[in-house]
Design a protein. Structure first.
Length: 86
């Protein structure tokens, strides 16, 4: 499955904006990303296994927050770093 990587996390992926990863759930997908690109998971997921407040994951264009969400062939996943300010 192809994953869109936001610019701030591309230091972990050698500058790649799109990478391949596998998993039956979002949690497994993030684990596979971390296996391939050590340290990337910690930037996305906190010590309580929750998504960090500034990160968003979109599955087929819809924001998801539950890492147990199942994935299927053909799904599209985009990781986005949320912007804040005013």
């Amino acid at each position: 499955m192809e994953i869109l990587i936001p610019t701030p996390l591309r230091a972990y992926t050698a500058g790649q904006g799109h990478v391949q990863a596998e998993g039956a759930t979002l949690s497994a997908l993030v684990a596979d990303l971390d296996r391939q690109f050590p340290g990337i998971r910690f930037r996305m997921i906190d010590e309580q296994c929750r998504m960090r407040p500034h990160m968003r994951i979109f599955l087929n264009g819809k924001g998801v927050f539950d890492l147990t969400t199942p994935l299927h062939d053909g799904d599209t996943v985009a990781i986005v770093q949320a912007l804040s300010g005013g």
